[in-house]
Design a binder for this molecule. Structure first.
Ligand SMILES: Nc1nc2c(ncn2[C@@H]2O[C@H](COP(=O)(O)OP(=O)(O)OP(=O)(O)O)[C@@H](O)[C@H]2O)c(=O)[nH]1
Ligand SMILES: [Mg+2]
Length: 287
């Protein structure tokens, strides 16, 4: 797992620091399945005095009920907080309205200081593969930024002119060192924020199946065509998936790594149910 913080991410982090000059608004994109684990612990420092908009992307893959509760908890602190499907654009109109409203306030401030009018500059940040470029494309109304179903697609900064007085800066995904937190590493691996080459899919899938049989037993049971998944351990479920999906090695033994890849791929498409992996904050207050 040592290579999980590759060089380009360290560089991306430096790039974010350098890019902050001239930025008026920070759009923090979180993964609705892991609203806590996907937060950048340095976000307060990054945002500083700037306006901030929080977007929970991939809401179509998270539990609707838990997303509602997460939004309520986050809104206690963040007035501009929205859940979206950045792929289809569902919910993005509210983000556009928030950007416009924040931009309007900044324009007024510029005008009142007698400063030259210019587009408001918003920087989009978040962990790899969370949907930043998809969101930028949806806000802009056209496919300007490259997107893809693995981390590390966006390599450099890219300004996109949205119109309505807003320019958006798409940035590469950034992870922060969390090697000492196996629970966070598991969630980042399961949701696709960490490159698949850096972990054993069998390990992550086995743990994921254990989590799913607790948190979404009905969806899992129906997908695996089982009566009840609660009595069966993650390892047995993984073997079952391997047998059902033909992931067999020499001698008909299940190839657990291949079965793991199948499980992770299904989970990331939402085929194992809509599941939120981060528990709600105690007392409903997000930190
Ligand atoms: N189901 C679902 N998929 C999404 C959503 N947003 C983005 N995706 C998909 O997730 C993958 C990653 O999207 P990107 O927009 O490239 O993510 P990114 O944050 O820009 O990723 P990097 O540039 O690699 O850091 C793509 O396959 C998108 O189609 C969403 O809200 N729901
Ligand atoms: Mg991107």
């Amino acid at each position: 797992m040592l290579s999980w913080f590759p060089g380009h991410m360290a560089k991306a982090r430096q790039a974010i620091k350098r890019s902050l000059a001239g930025i008026d608004v920070v759009v923090e994109v979180l993964d609705a399945r892991i609203p806590d684990t996907s937060r950048n612990p340095e976000i307060a420092w990054i945002v500083g005095e700037r306006a901030k908009i929080v977007v929970l992307a991939k809401e179509d893959l998270a539990s609707p009920d838990e997303t509602r509760k997460w939004l309520a908890a986050l809104r206690a602190r963040e007035p501009f907080c929205y859940a979206v499907n950045a792929e289809t654009g569902e919910g993005v109109e509210a983000v556009v309205e928030a950007c416009s409203s924040v931009a309007g306030q900044i324009m007024l401030r510029l005008a009142s200081r007698g400063r030259r009018m210019r587009p408001v500059r918003a920087m989009v940040i978040g962990i790899p593969n969370v949907g930043k470029s998809s969101l930028v494309n949806r806000i802009a109304g056209r496919r300007s930024a490259k997107t893809g179903a693995r981390p590390g697609i966006t390599r450099g900064k890219q300004w996109i002119t949205v119109g309505r007085g807003i320019d958006l800066l798409d940035t590469p995904g950034v992870l922060w060192p969390r090697a000492d937190d196996p629970a966070a590493m598991f969630k980042l691996a399961a949701t696709g924020a960490i490159s698949d080459e850096t972990f054993d899919p069998a390990d992550v899938a086995e743990h994921l199946l254990d989590v799913l049989r607790e948190r979404a037993p009905d969806a899992l049971a129906s997908r695996l065509k089982l009566e009840d998944v609660r009595a069966v351990g993650g390892r047995e479920l993984l073997e079952l998936v391997g047998r059902k999906r033909g992931c067999l090695g020499p001698g008909g033994v299940v190839d657990l790594s291949r079965a793991g890849v199948v499980v992770l791929s299904d989970f990331r498409k939402g085929l194992l149910g809509r599941v939120t992996l981060d528990p709600l904050p105690q007392g409903g207050e997000a930190t």
